[in-house]
Design a protein around this ligand. Structure first.
Ligand code: BDR
Ligand code: CA
Length: 309
């Protein structure tokens, strides 16, 4: 049976591909897309989520707007990486066919989770999920697992020791990790194994559909900013790694370890302190992704884009 899934995201180029993978793969049943401020304002991220689903011709998945700012900090957007729209590259005009839900992300999450258990994949700051846990614990008790693209077992990408999704809202990440709900972290250490190489771009191009062409243009834009900002030859497709973990756990190998979110450090707020070697003596509270089966991962991505026609 397909795993019921809710995708909480801030599209975002890699979020866009995460949405397409979640919509297309038969191993998961995408119940909703909820949005959060992060890569761009929540207005722009919500419009982008609607745009991605519309381009894929999927009108049955509701899109609901979530938090417009972190729990306790100023919002820091990533327009240097994702551009002024949050999804720069190809130009779109007009209103996407997929409307915004009348429900807020919180209310839609409560509505779905009060009817069915579901896995949440989160590919942005964890603000919406933390708010759900704090405001609606009964509904949140129906979350089967949270699989997050965020954090890192090593260095960061927005501060020396903090990855962007963790850095934007460390207080929310702490609430979620401390909730006791099964938690899997797919951090930079594993997403940097998912590089959009020229070979991947060529495979996308060979699909030959309008959607594949748009994906190629998104990836080309993403490659240009990753080259400029980080000096990467090919950009890492972070967010779909978390979706792939739910689709087939064998694609993303994890180990159990203790995870602490640093919120108080003078220079390390948003650091994800992963005790892979047992130094702290604290018991494991998370699954930590450490290795990606690259071939299987890219087959899933290419297969998803091709399947959407
Ligand atoms: C994460 O930050 C965002 O820019 C990406 O969409 C991804 O979720 C990578 O650090
Ligand atoms: Ca994201």
């Amino acid at each position: 049976m397909a795993t019921p899934l809710i995708l909480d995201c801030d599209p975002g180029h890699d979020d866009a591909l995460a949405i397409l993978l979640a919509v297309a793969d038969p191993a998961v049943d995408l119940l909703a897309v909820t949005t959060v401020a992060g890569n761009q304002t929540v207005d722009k991220c919500t419009l982008n989520a609607r745009r991605v689903l519309s381009l894929a011709g999927v009108t049955s998945v509701p899109v609901a707007r979530g938090a417009d700012r972190p729990l306790a900090r100023e919002l820091r957007i990533a327009d240097d990486v994702h551009g002024g729209t949050g999804l720069d590259g190809p130009t779109f005009t007009g209103t996407p066919a997929v409307p915004e839900s009348e429900l807020s992300a919180h209310d839609l999450l409560v509505d779905i989770l009060s009817r069915t258990p579901a896995t949440i994949v989160a590919t942005g700051a964890l603000t919406n999920i933390a708010q759900l846990l704090m405001e609606s614990p009964e509904a949140a008790a129906n979350i089967t697992e949270i699989v997050w693209m965020g954090g890192s077992t090593g260095r960061g990408n927005i501060a020396p020791l903090a990855e962007a999704n963790a850095y934007v809202d460390p207080e929310a990440a702490e609430v979620v990790v401390d909730s006791g709900i099964p938690f899997t972290m797919c951090g930079l250490n594993v997403t940097h194994q998912a590089l959009v190489t020229d070979d991947v771009l060529a495979r996308l191009e060979r699909i030959g559909t309008p959607l594949a062409r748009v994906c190629g243009e998104w990836m080309t834009y993403f490659a240009s900013t990753y080259r400029k900002v980080f000096g990467f030859e090919s950009p890492p497709l972070h967010d779909p790694v978390a979706v792939a973990r739910v689709i087939d756990p064998a694609i993303v190998h994890c180990v159990e370890a203790n995870l602490i979110i640093e919120t108080a450090g003078d220079w390390t707020a948003g650091a994800t302190v992963v005790d892979l070697d047992g130094y702290t003596g604290r018991r494991p509270n998370a699954r930590i992704a450490v290795e990606l089966d690259r071939e299987a991962f890219w087959d899933k991505i290419i297969g998803a884009v091709a399947a959407l026609g």
